[in-house]
Design a protein around this ligand. Structure first.
Ligand SMILES: Nc1ncnc2c1ncn2[C@@H]1O[C@H](COP(=O)(O)OP(=O)(O)OP(=O)(O)O)[C@@H](O)[C@H]1O
Ligand SMILES: O=P(O)(O)OC[C@H]1O[C@H](OP(=O)(O)OP(=O)(O)O)[C@H](O)[C@@H]1O
Ligand SMILES: [Mg+2]
Length: 281
């Protein structure tokens, strides 16, 4: 049985369970369940604190886990990213009062509050910057006002929290983070992991692509197909009217409308878009 760690709280928890549900796995209905066997799929889910998941995976206690890339790197354990999962996207950045910090060099000699002490310590050490890292669990943005730090290093999504605290980001982003599937490094991946990974990729594809069908005059098929090349190659089928063909291809969801505009200009008609419920590539 493949043992998989899933975040039990925080911003990763609900989207991770949702993704696993879409991939055909059982997920807990009651937020207090700690272990959930899914016998039909030969997996067992362990609901753990997001920050601890990399540790369990690194120790080989579980075969895989879902966590944030930032948490994985901060843990410093022997686990590696197996696949990016395209949710809980954020950047990890330095921020501080605009009057006192504007570039990375200004961090020298200052107090930096963060929940990611290892990540920040390593980042600064690699750049030869000597600073005092103050490790705190959360509400990092308040630490400057409260006098515990001179600046912070924290997760930024919309930037709203920093703005509300009167802080501005500076320097290059330390890291781009998102939810990731991780596994122990070194050891060969468990056999069931490939199935889990293919299923999760199936969900990613179903979210990212739509199916586009359209009819096209025979003489414009090549031009239209160039606009919708699909993943392998689009399906081109005959129609009863021999002057027309039917074309079907997967297209990126976020380009649906510009692609339909281009196809229409090229003479395609009856353009129909359908969502993909599930996929296996
Ligand atoms: N606003 C956000 N947008 C996107 N990702 C976020 C956000 N806040 C935290 N994360 C991500 O969630 C993970 C941290 O999870 P954790 O549960 O420790 O904190 P949290 O989501 O802030 O939960 P909480 O503060 O409610 O305990 C990290 O990978 C982090 O990048
Ligand atoms: O850029 P934003 O869209 O404002 O989001 C980023 C904020 O969200 C998270 O905080 P959370 O609300 O989880 O509180 P915490 O700091 O106590 O974890 C994160 O730690 C940042 O503070
Ligand atoms: Mg938080």
């Amino acid at each position: 049985m493949l043992r998989i760690a899933v975040p039990n709280k925080g911003s990763l928890s609900e989207p991770a369970s949702q993704m696993l549900r879409e991939a055909g796995y059982r997920q807990r209905r009651d937020g207090r369940e700690l272990v959930l066997p899914d016998v039909e799929n030969d997996v067992e889910f362990f609901f753990l604190r997001p920050r601890d998941i990399a540790v369990y995976v690194g120790e080989g206690v579980v075969d895989a886990g879902i966590t944030g890339r930032d948490l994985l790197l901060d843990s410093g354990v022997d686990a590696i990213e197996h696949r990016a999962l395209d949710f809980a996207g954020s950047t990890f950045r330095f921020a501080g009062p605009p009057e006192t910090v504007t570039s990375l060099a200004d961090v020298q000699g200052k107090r930096v509050a963060t929940s990611y002490a290892h990540l920040v310590g390593t980042y600064l050490a690699e750049r030869g910057i000597d600073a005092h890292v103050v490790r705190l669990d959360g509400a990092i943005e308040s630490t400057v006002r409260l006098g515990v730090s001179d600046l912070v290093a924290d997760v930024v999504e919309t930037g709203g929290t920093l703005r509300a605290a009167g802080l501005h980001v500076f320097g290059e982003p330390i890291l781009q983070s998102e939810a990731v599937l991780i596994r122990p490094s070194g050891a060969e991946p468990q056999p069931g992991l490939e199935t889990l990974d293919r299923r999760l990729n199936g969900v990613l594809v179903a979210r990212k692509y739509v199916l586009m069908d359209y009819d096209c005059p025979v003489e414009h098929v090549e031009a239209c197909v160039a606009v919708t090349p699909g993943l392998e190659s689009p399906t081109v089928s005959p129609l009863h009217d021999t002057g027309w063909k039917a074309v079907r291809a997967m297209v990126p969801r976020n380009q649906t409308n510009p692609i339909m505009d281009q196809l229409y200009e090229l003479g395609a008609r009856a353009i129909i878009v359908t969502g993909i419920h599930a996929s296996r590539l």
